[in-house]
Design a binder for this molecule. Structure first.
Ligand SMILES: [Zn+2]
Length: 48
């Protein structure tokens, strides 16, 4: 589990846990963004 503002530990797809369920394609070292729809902080789960 990761959160908006934290650094990404693992390259891959991460899914936000709010109602929009946005999927971000992240690289290790990138900073997790807010939800791209509602701009709120979200938790991310690694999809792979
Ligand atoms: Zn949202």
């Amino acid at each position: 589990m990761a959160h908006t503002g934290e650094k990404c530990p693992t390259t891959g797809r991460w899914q936000g846990d709010d109602a929009h369920h946005t999927i971000e394609h992240m690289k290790a070292g990138d900073t997790f963004p807010p939800c791209s729809h509602c701009k709120r902080s979200v938790n991310y789960t690694f999809l792979g």
